[in-house]
Structures are given as structure tokens and as C-alpha cells.
Design a protein around this ligand. Structure first.
Ligand code: SAM
Ligand code: SF4
Length: 505
């Protein structure tokens, strides 16, 4: 899309404007200015202290609509800086224009970023009551009341889960970015071609060294490992021998004294076998995921997910037989060709399997074309279906006794909705919360994995990203040293700070 920005402030950068635009235009790419008409244009100006004015005009190619907002006279309930006022003027003007053009308002208002719950926790930590946080979300950000309540409820659950967390607690992520085939919608880094899958043996050797190094680092720096998560990609795309080999390495080096949970995201039902599950269990894995995404076979085919609905039920049977403390299943709302009834049926099918955790994602598009030009014309460019499906899922899963315990949003999510993990009390996944809320240090091994060091007072974060793709990871030899970890956590290292909660994506 073409963007015209007349930004007469030094508060927000162009990236911020682009990120805001994606709320109504998920998956759009931004093209260079070339004189053709813009699909979004903004004028943002500072008129005084805390006084910002914005005009926004949006176009869908046929029609256009405008909105404006001024923060003059706005009385904030919590401290607001110039950046916040500028973001408010811009956000509210954008929402007004968008609502006029598209005929619906965005559930999360102009709240940007992946972690609305972190924002809610920030207010709760300032001493705000649940009601005040809900009101701030609604009034300041135009968040819908049900989403404001969802954020507060999730924040409260997270607070309870994190209450006993010590400052040296940490998690470990082990990345297996390999899949049997690539699903059309997938927004994660994972390789599936035969050529790249040939790297797997070398990858596993390197990963084992990485695990040995990282476990030693955890011990040497006096950290307490409380959760392990093997994710991907599809960890169960390893064969039984490779699985056992990886698990032996983890068994040998993991500091287990404080370990509370050990997850393996099995994921794709067609890769799960009883033999692999028995191996995982014998090495202490106590939580697995089996993900149908939908229980409509025609949709599975359309989204290029090469397994059947029967594969899902078969894998559930194997998981049941092997016996794990916690089981999870992922669904996606808003898949091309799905309907409200179809989604409800998938949800009921998954509920009836009886897993403790159910995670409901909203489709996030890699490119707008994935939605707009799907072969059979089934598409929902505005994500209305996804919005109503996730709202329904929230109420229905609460009826079953599963409560929201973690929540995040992805870039290019349709309908401005969210991804939510629901769990029976006591079965919530600590790793998901630590990672999402950036509350504790998480060490990460493997390609596309990101270590996040968090200072004991939780005011600063250092992100150390491993190379994204297996072949790059194989070529790299950069490991964090104990000195780097200790110095950073002691506040003696220059870092990229993460205090700017407003920072988008
Ligand atoms: C990291 S993926 C790995 C899971 C595993 N490989 C599988 O496919 O079952 C975790 C989850 O993210 C969700 N996901 C992946 N791509 C998505 C997208 N574009 N939009 C919404 N959810 C997505 C799916 O529900 C998936 O189960
Ligand atoms: S199996 Fe999972 S990680 Fe792999 S491509 Fe499909 S959704 Fe993505």
C-alpha cells in the first residue's frame, strides 16, 4: 500500500505509522512513494505540551474516509509522555477513519505490539484496580470492553502463576525448525524441503553441543531452570533414533533440581507415533501438543496441512495411552473457507477429546493475497469471522472450566483479534507465560531461537538471537559466555532496553 506521512513531530517513526496501518490492512506491504494516490495519509502535529492533533485519511481503492483527533484538554489518569499523546492522536484518528471506511471497529483499538497483557500488568503493578485498568484500556486505547476484561483476567492469572518466581528462575527453549511439509499459512520459521531436511543430522549434532553449553551456562551463572520447551517447527518430525539421541543429551545435561514442567510441542498429528511418545515420556516430558488447527478435512487440504482429521484423533489416542500430565491442542480461527458453525464444531471436537489446554489462534497472514485471492473465493479480508469465533471460543472454553492464561498477538493478525491459551487451573504452561511476558530469563538453543536475558529487577532485557535458518546456524559459532550473562544481569553491560511498551512488534 502507499503511505503518505506528514509527521511534524519527532515522537513517532515511520515504522510506527506502518504498523498502525496493518491493523486494518493485514499483510500489506509498503511500496515506495511514486506519485500515485496513497491508501493511507496522515498529518500529525504538535500544538503544545501534551497537545497533539492528527488527521488520517484511508482508502480501499474505491472509497475513502477521514478521521481526526486532538489530545488538547485530555486529562490522563496515569502519567503520559509526549510520545503517548502523539500515539493517542494518531491512533484515535486512524480508528475513526477506519471505522467509517470499513464499518467495524477494532477490538484492541490502536493498541500495538504483541503483548497487551504486559500493558495490563504494568498498570496493575502501578497499583491500579482491575476496574481502572479496564477503563484505561477502553478510554485511552479504544479497546472493546470484552477484550479489556480478557486482558485484565489473563494478567491476574499470570500474576498468580508468577507469584512464586525467583529472580534467578529461567526457562530453556530448544528449537527444531524442521517440518515434514510446509503449511500454506505458517508464519513461523521452519524448513521442509528435502534439500534442507538433509541438514537435520548435522543440525542435531550442533544442537546437542549448544544444549551442553547452555546447560553449563545455566549452572555457572547460578540460574534455576524451571521450564523446558522443545518447539518448532515440528519436534516429532525427528525419527525415533534422533528423538532418543536428543533426549539423552538433554537428560545428561539439564539441571533438573528445580524443573517444574517439560513440554514437547509434538504438533503435526501425522508425525506422532507411540514409539516417539514413549521415548519423550521416559525422559521426563510431561506436556505435549497435538494440533488439528481445524477438524474440517476440506480446510486442512486447502491450507496445505498434509494430514487428516483421523490422524488427529489417532494421535490423541496415542497420547492418552502414553499418559502425559498436560495435553494441548491448537486451533486457528479465520481459516479460509471456514464458517462460524465449522469453527464451533472444531472447538467442540477438541473439547470432547478432553485435553487440559486449548490454544485458540487467529489467522495471521503472511501476505494479504493469501486471504484476498484464495482459489475458491472463500476469504474474509476483514477477519469478521475470526473475531466472532475467538469471542465465542472464549465464552465456551470458560464454560468448560478452562481459563485464559496467556495471550499474544501476531503481526498481520486478521480482524485485529488475538491468540489465547486456555487451561484448567493448575495445568497452565509456565514457559509460555515467562516467554510471552518477558518476566524471566529464557535461554534458547537452535536456529531461529532467541535468548532473552532479563535483569533481576525485570527492567531490562537483552535479546541474543541465533541465526534464523539451519544452514546459517550450522555456520555460526557464537555462544553466550557466563561473563556476558552475569555482567548483563548485574546491570554492567550496555543493552537495548525494552522499557518502551509502546514499541510495535
Ligand atoms: C510454532 S507453530 C508449531 C506447531 C506445529 N508445527 C503444528 O503445526 O502443529 C504453533 C502454532 O502456531 C499457530 N500458527 C502458525 N502459523 C499461524 C498463522 N499464520 N496464523 C495463526 N496461527 C498460526 C498454529 O496453531 C500452530 O499450531
Ligand atoms: S507443521 Fe507447524 S511449524 Fe510446520 S509449517 Fe505447518 S504450522 Fe508451520
Amino acid at each position: 500500500m502507499k503511505l503518505f506521512i506528514d509527521n511534524r513531530t519527532d515522537c513517532l517513526n515511520d515504522y510506527y505509522f506502518q504498523t498502525l496501518c496493518l491493523l486494518y490492512f493485514p499483510g500489506e506491504k509498503f511500496s515506495p512513494k511514486d506519485g500515485s494516490p496513497a491508501s493511507a495519509s496522515f498529518l500529525l502535529e504538535k500544538r503544545g505540551e501534551g497537545d497533539f492533533y492528527c488527521e488520517a485519511t484511508l482508502s480501499d481503492g474505491k472509497r475513502q474516509a477521514s478521521g481526526c483527533f486532538s489530545t488538547a484538554g485530555w486529562t490522563p489518569e496515569v502519567d503520559m509522555k509526549d510520545n503517548d499523546f502523539a500515539a493517542m492522536a494518531l491512533g484515535k484518528a486512524y480508528l475513526r477513519a477506519g471505522e467509517k471506511l470499513f464499518g467495524f471497529s477494532l477490538p484492541w483499538g490502536y493498541l500495538l505490539g504483541l503483548r497487551p497483557v504486559k500493558r495490563a500488568k504494568y498498570y496493575l503493578d502501578l497499583g491500579c484496580s482491575d476496574e481502572t485498568v479496564g477503563r484505561l484500556f477502553r478510554k485511552d486505547y479504544d479497546v472493546h470492553p470484552d477484550k479489556a476484561s480478557l486482558a485484565v483476567e489473563t494478567a491476574r492469572t499470570e500474576q498468580r502463576m508468577l507469584a512464586g518466581t525467583e529472580e534467578n528462575d529461567c526457562g530453556l527453549y530448544v528449537s527444531i525448525p524442521f517440518c515434514p511439509t510446509r503449511c500454506a499459512y505458517c508464519s513461523f520459521i521452519s524448513v521442509a524441503t528435502d534439500k534442507l531436511r538433509n541438514l537435520l543430522p548435522d543440525y542435531l549434532e550442533k544442537l546437542k553441543r549448544d544444549i551442553e553449553h547452555t546447560c553449563a551456562l545455566i549452572r555457572e551463572t547460578g540460574m534455576r531452570l524451571t521450564s523446558v520447551y522443545i518447539g518448532g517447527g515440528t519436534p516429532t518430525s525427528l525419527d525415533p533414533r534422533q528423538t532418543a539421541d536428543l533426549m539423552k543429551t538433554l537428560d545428561r545435561f539439564l539441571p533438573r533440581e528445580n524443573l517444574r514442567e517439560f513440554t514437547c510441542e509434538a504438533g503435526r498429528p501425522d508425525t506422532i507415533t507411540e514409539e516417539k511418545l514413549r521415548i519423550l515420556k521416559s525422559y521426563g516430558v510431561d506436556r505435549v501438543s497435538v494440533n488439528p488447527q481445524t477438524t474440517d478435512g476440506a480446510i486442512l487440504e486447502r491450507i496445505g496441512r498434509k494430514h487428516t482429521v483421523k490422524d488427529f484423533y489417532d494421535a490423541c489416542g496415542m497420547v492418552e495411552k502414553t499418559g502425559f500430565r498436560v495435553r494441548n491442542a491448537d486451533l486457528i480461527a479465520g481459516l479460509p473457507g471456514d464458517t462460524e458453525e465449522g469453527f464451533r464444531k472444531s472447538l467442540e471436537d477438541v473439547i470432547s477429546v478432553g485435553f487440559e489446554n486449548i490454544t485458540v489462534h487467529t489467522l495471521s497472514v503472511k501476505k494479504s493475497s493469501f486471504l484476498r485471492f484464495s482459489e475458491d473465493g472463500h476469504y474474509d479480508p476483514f477477519g469478521g469471522l475470526a473475531r466472532s469465533c475467538v469471542s465465542y471460543a472464549c465464552g465456551r472454553l470458560k464454560e468448560t472450566g478452562r481459563n485464559p492464561y496467556y495471550l499474544y498477538r501476531q503481526k498481520n493478525i486478521i480482524g485485529n483479534a488475538e491468540n489465547v491459551g486456555y487451561a484448567f487451573p493448575g495445568t497452565e504452561n509456565l514457559y509460555n507465560v515467562l516467554m510471552m511476558e518477558e518476566y524471566s530469563t529464557v535461554f534458547a538453543c537452535g536456529a531461529a531461537a532467541i535468548t532473552k536475558l532479563v535483569t533481576p529487577d525485570r527492567t531490562d532485557i537483552l535479546r541474543a538471537a541465533n541465526p534464523k535458518y539451519p544452514f546459517e546456524y550450522l555456520a555460526s559459532d557464537r555462544f553466550l559466555s557466563p561473563e556476558e550473562v552475569i555482567e548483563f544481569r548485574a546491570g554492567k553491560r550496555k543493552t537495548r532496553t525494552d522499557k518502551k511498551e509502546q514499541e510495535p512488534f
